[in-house]
Design a protein around this ligand. Structure first.
Ligand code: CA2
Length: 148
């Protein structure tokens, strides 16, 4: 199985600033956890981070053609603004899990809408880096159950 993990703007700054909200572990630490999770579950993983909406849309479209079977996405601030990312996820029709490090339901009003989430089979929030592991394992289980 092949999973794509997508990260939106500023997540490359993890562990450098805003540690009280997003923790002190770095983006490199997150990449290690994702790779470790892929190894444990014997799957292939690709990770892509972009600070640009169009870059994320392009990568979602590419997933349709490159054999990706599931997407874990933290669109970061684009969660709350991007109909383009929502349309791209709907367009490729791959199972997608939305992940947020923080519990957005307990934050500002402007974070209460998630466009990307409307195209996702599951949303995980407030579990830090472990949310990515849970999201990947949810997709693996779903894939393994396919055809049962
Ligand atoms: O909780 C999450 O994972 C978010 O997707 C993070 C986004 C935020 O806009 C969403 O509402 C919730 C922000 C990511 C910014 O990450 C930074 C990390 C370090 C320093 C600055 C920003």
């Amino acid at each position: 199985m092949k999973i794509l993990v997508l990260n939106g703007p500023n997540l490359n700054m993890l562990g450098i600033r805003e540690k009280s909200i997003y923790g002190s572990e770095t983006y490199e630490d997150l990449l290690n956890l994702i790779k470790e999770t892929a190894k444990e579950n014997k799957i292939e993983v690709e990770v892509y981070q972009s600070n640009h909406e169009g870059g994320l849309v392009d990568r979602i479209q590419q997933a349709y053609f490159d054999g990706t079977e599931g997407i874990v996405i933290n669109p970061a601030a684009y969660t709350h603004t991007s109909v383009a990312i929502l349309d791209a996820l709907k367009g490729v029709s791959l199972p997608a899990v939305e992940v947020h490090l923080s519990d957005v339901s307990q934050r500002e009003d402007f974070r209460q809408i998630s466009y990307a989430g409307m195209a996702c089979v599951k949303t995980i929030m407030g579990k830090g880096f472990l949310g990515y592991k849970e999201g990947m394992e949810f997709l693996v289980e779903k894939y393994d159950r396919k055809g049962e």
